[in-house]
Design a protein around this ligand. Structure first.
Ligand SMILES: Cc1ncc(COP(=O)(O)O)c(C=O)c1O
Length: 370
């Protein structure tokens, strides 16, 4: 039901529609020329078109393991499984843990809620506060579920980030209850000022840390990964093999070749962070100008600004906006029940600066007569 709502909205858009809806990166920042060069190099070898190992190619796993080591989180290639985006990582873990109950944030990432539902994993939703999940709620829920799914950095949909204190307390609660944490981190590299510490780094035997190149390089590559202890990773391998034998080898070789010049990748990340921060500040300025009643919390990174238009049923409001060719995602989409919501998620990365201004001006005009 939830999925079809967004699909329905997207089906009614056209080339003129200004979209703040999808979680799309700014495609003008894709490193297309560099990836093209990598593809050319990679395709000189027949072996890059051969079947490959189910957990991913060795040299890419080594590089990903190195990212963790640089952050002070000791990791070996054996701790990594390359997946088809972090979406598949969620699916693999969920298939293995089907019929369980999981503690999640409210609101949470729609793609995860759908995976949990399809795998018959019941969800206990705990309110997400500005500095992370409500600890009292988490504490009592994790005792029962022993299984949790959190997005601590620049959360989707809310853009919120966990404080250091909450990260530490959550790690303690996970350990005390001998529970498992799925730490989903596709936005972690998109920080504006400071990098956050991974919760998983203090509970390496009780966590799956999920990463992705979708927001840093390009989503169509479909390269994500799981970082976990060998004990936790091992049983997932047969699920991965049953699903697709291995992640697209050509994409893996292209990313691996691109990462041979690690300085270039790091410079690329700096450019994205800088540009996204500029876009967020412009979005915020325009929001304050056109929608002064919109209440939100300024994100410290990532791709989303989330907040509420008090007393406006945003699921009805979006239908009016759609008629005028501007869209966003109403908050009701991110809750596991069907409650009415006055919340909105805006993506600020995909749209041009010109369209940010045009789109928000349109929304303000529609709101006046709504
Ligand atoms: C929180 C979260 N997890 C996972 C994903 C899936 O990303 P991908 O499969 O492209 O790595 C997304 C995509 O938007 C997301 O927002």
């Amino acid at each position: 039901m939830k999925r079809s709502f967004i699909r329905e909205i997207l089906e009614h858009t056209n080339n003129n529609t200004i979209s703040f809806a999808g979680g799309l990166p700014d495609q003008s920042l894709f490193p297309t020329a560099d990836l093209q060069q990598s593809a050319n190099r990679v395709l000189k070898h027949n072996a890059t078109l051969q079947y490959t190992k189910s957990t991913g190619i060795d040299s890419l796993k080594e590089k990903i393991a190195q990212f963790y080591c640089e952050e002070g989180f000791p990791t070996k290639p054996d701790n990594i499984m390359i997946t088809s985006g972090s979406q598949q990582a969620l699916d693999i873990i969920s298939r293995y843990n089907n019929n369980k109950t999981i503690t999640i944030e409210s609101p949470s990432y729609l793609g995860a809620i759908n995976v949990f539902n399809l795998n018959n994993i019941k969800q206990k939703s705990i309110i997400l506060e500005d500095d992370g999940i409500n600890l009292k709620g988490f504490k009592s829920s994790i005792k029962d579920t022993k299984f949790s799914y959190l997005i601590p950095d620049f959360q989707n949909p809310t853009g919120k980030t966990y404080s250091k204190e909450k990260r530490e307390q959550i790690a303690t609660m996970i350990k005390e209850n001998d529970a498992i944490l799925i730490e989903d981190s596709p936005y972690s590299e998109l920080y504006f000022d400071t990098r956050n510490t991974m919760i998983s780094s203090t509970i390496p035997n009780n966590s799956f840390h999920l990463g992705s190149f979708s927001k840093t390089l390009a989503p169509s590559l479909r390269i994500g990964w799981i970082r976990a202890s060998k004990e936790l990773l091992e049983p997932l391998i047969s699920y991965k093999e049953a699903m697709d034998l291995h992640t697209n080898g050509l994409s893996q070789y292209i990313v691996d070749d691109y990462l041979n010049d690690m300085d270039k990748y790091k410079r690329h990340l700096e450019v994205i962070r800088e540009q996204y921060k500029i876009k967020m500040l412009i979005f915020k300025e325009q929001l304050d100008h056109y929608l002064p009643t919109f209440e939100y919390c300024e994100p410290k990174g990532g791709m989303f600004i989330y907040g509420k238009l008090p007393n406006i049923d945003t699921s009805s409001f979006i239908r009016e906006c759609l008629k005028h060719e501007v869209i966003f995602v109403p908050g009701s989409e991110f809750y596991s029940d069907d409650s009415v919501s006055d919340e909105i998620r805006f993506n600020f990365t995909h749209t041009s600066i010109q369209d940010i201004k045009k789109g928000l001006a349109k929304i303000a005009k529609i709101l006046k007569t709504f």
